[in-house]
Write a protein that binds this ligand. Structure first.
Ligand SMILES: [Zn+2]
Length: 186
């Protein structure tokens, strides 16, 4: 039997990880075997750690650098959870489709847009091939309306358009609506 792909997207602070954890917890209650993966942004941190939502709830997640590692680590697993999808290389699209072909239920979450408001890496392709998609919003930290954008601030100022998507250190993120969202064009 073919499995399915569910994708949860949204800006920062939209509750994506909470929703991923909620769905994974339901799978555990249903006696499914789950495996959870997260991109290993720092390769020195190569051991099992916990995927935690902002309300402090945690589930064990395995950090990986190559999405192919998932295909080797999921024998007997029914449900595959993936967090921070946007940090994975494009090859994750074919890996996730392979998992579905093998009957796995994939539940994944990530940012749909980067701080510029542009589609983020592999995520748009995954949204296209997914069976189910949920897009969450947050609350704009400036005006209190519905927020769909991630505001990136470096030294308190809107990040320049040309900044890479990798964290640079003294920076901060906010959820903002399109009216309040700012990108500095150098
Ligand atoms: Zn706003």
């Amino acid at each position: 039997m073919v499995g399915k792909i569910e994708i949860i997207v949204g800006c920062m602070f939209s509750g994506k990880s909470e929703e991923l954890l909620r769905r994974l917890r339901r799978s555990v209650i249903a006696k499914k075997k789950i495996a959870v993966f997260k991109p290993s942004v720092d390769t020195r941190w190569n051991k099992t750690y916990e995927l935690c939502s902002r309300n402090g709830e945690c589930i064990q997640a395995l950090p990986i650098t190559d999405p192919q590692e998932m295909l080797r680590a999921i024998e007997d697993v029914d449900v595959v959870g993936i967090d921070e999808l946007h940090f994975f290389p494009e090859v994750i699209v074919s890996v996730v489709e392979q998992l579905r072909k093998e009957g796995k239920h994939v539940i994944a979450s990530g940012l749909d847009m980067d701080f510029r408001g542009e589609p983020f890496g592999c995520v748009p392709q995954l949204l296209a091939v997914a069976d189910l998609v949920l897009k969450l919003d947050a609350i704009c930290m400036i005006c209190g309306k519905s927020a769909t954008m991630t505001q990136r601030l470096i030294n308190g100022k809107p990040a320049p358009y040309t900044t890479s998507n990798i964290h640079v250190g003294d920076e901060e993120y906010q959820a903002r609506c399109r009216n309040c969202h700012e990108v500095s064009i150098p």
